[in-house]
Design a protein around this ligand. Structure first.
Ligand code: SAH
Length: 363
């Protein structure tokens, strides 16, 4: 990240116990062994945390009192404090959670025919600076610990427990740039994916990046069967730089090389997110240019009608023009869909609720 602007970040890790949700099963086994306990206890603890969704060590009744005490002195079970919970007419639920240090994050539950999907936040704020995005207002405050990302899914799962439903997929598309918090994001993926934990299949997890190129190579080499999306938003480098300053450090040409590497290495299809910003990137010429850019790639283009952000002055592309853009791509043989909007009546696009409710954090 040496090319990106640095922001002063506030960390209070020193005052805080590590979240037990940050530990992978093998790490918990190691900790148990180091502390004179049997490694099989790790499975029991995982069962309490992820299957029974217990939030107090003292209630983990099949563990010895000594072990429960040791756990409690070393770790916390992150319970996020719900500040706001808004339900949309389409069933989408948006949560504003408060962290131990008072910062806030957003998590969204989306309901689809195929199941329940949770959109998680990876950072408090963001330092990427995309010109249309509410999450980056106020810059980056701090990274989330892996356990603070896991806790979002556990918390939503607990809400779904009441109606006997399950979180079936996860999208890492909330506040923050996941590849700017790479190690915690990877730990999060491995934890929620584990069958002794929440058991969310890799094919049901999607991660999206604004294009931090070295991390795209690294991610390709992880060989996980995870869905991968790139926020593209422009068909040429000049326009992309205008919309996304990250394109100065990580240029479109190089980004496309990294994309090719990813597809070759994993054999997986990539998704491109393309926000349609009225009068900016939504003409037929832009669609043709986009088709030239992605043709021949194993990919899919997801058109996102811009979400209005009061602090930004982008306007929506009219419906007919959205369909025309889609048609141009289709005629060129590109796989394309228009993103179905959810939670439009509740500020469900990333960063909007936090920007509105926590003005002091986003200035
Ligand atoms: N930081 C990552 C993860 C965020 S995913 C990334 O950039 O990919 C959220 C998606 O919504 C990204 O594609 C982002 O560019 C897009 N987005 C952000 N603000 C938007 C807005 N106002 N309208 C439409 N899309 C927006």
């Amino acid at each position: 990240m040496e090319h990106l602007p640095t922001t002063e970040t506030k960390t209070s890790e020193t005052e805080k116990k590590k979240s037990i949700y940050s530990l992978q099963l093998h790490e918990l086994k190691e900790w148990l062994q180091e502390n004179g306990e049997k490694p099989f206890r790790a499975e029991q603890i995982f069962d309490w945390l992820y299957k029974k969704r217990e939030t107090a060590f003292e209630d983990m009744s099949n563990l010895s009192k000594g072990l429960r005490e040791k756990l409690a002195t070393q770790f916390e079970i992150t319970t996020l404090n719900t500040v706001i919970q808004q339900t949309s007419s389409d069933g989408t639920i948006k949560f504003l959670f408060e962290l131990h240090d008072g910062y806030s994050i957003e998590t969204v539950l989306m309901r689809h025919e195929y199941g329940n999907s949770v959109c998680v936040t990876t950072q408090v704020g963001c330092r990427i600076g995309c010109s249309f995005c509410a999450s980056t207002l106020g810059g980056l405050k701090r990274h989330l610990e892996a356990g603070e990302i896991v806790a979002q899914v556990v918390k939503v799962q607990k809400a779904l427990d009441e109606s006997d439903e399950r979180v079936s997929s996860v999208v890492i598309m909330g506040i923050g740039e996941p590849f700017d918090n790479y190690d915690n994001m990877m730990a999060f993926l491995k934890i929620v994916n584990h069958d002794k934990s929440l058991n969310i299949g890799a094919r049901h997890i999607t991660v999206s990046t604004s294009g931090i190129i070295p991390k795209i190579y690294k991610f390709a080499d992880e060989n996980m069967q995870i869905n991968f999306a790139i926020s593209l938003h422009a068909p040429n480098t000049e326009l992309r730089t205008r919309l996304m300053p990250i394109n100065k450090a990580y240029k479109l040409d190089d980004l496309m090389k990294a994309v090719r590497y990813y597809i070759d290495k994993t054999g997986r299809r990539i998704s491109f997110e393309y926000g349609l910003f009225g009068g900016v990137n939504d003409s037929t010429e832009h669609a043709e240019e986009l088709a030239d850019l992605v043709k021949g790639l194993k990919c899919h283009v997801n058109l996102i009608p811009v979400n209005y952000v009061p602090e930004r002055d982008y306007v929506r592309t009219p419906k007919e023009k959205i369909f025309a853009f889609e048609k141009t791509l289709k005629n060129r043989g590109i796989n394309v869909t228009i993103r179905r909007e959810q939670g439009h009546d509740i500020d469900a696009a990333c960063g909007q609720l936090r920007a509105k409710e926590r003005k002091e954090e986003t200035r």
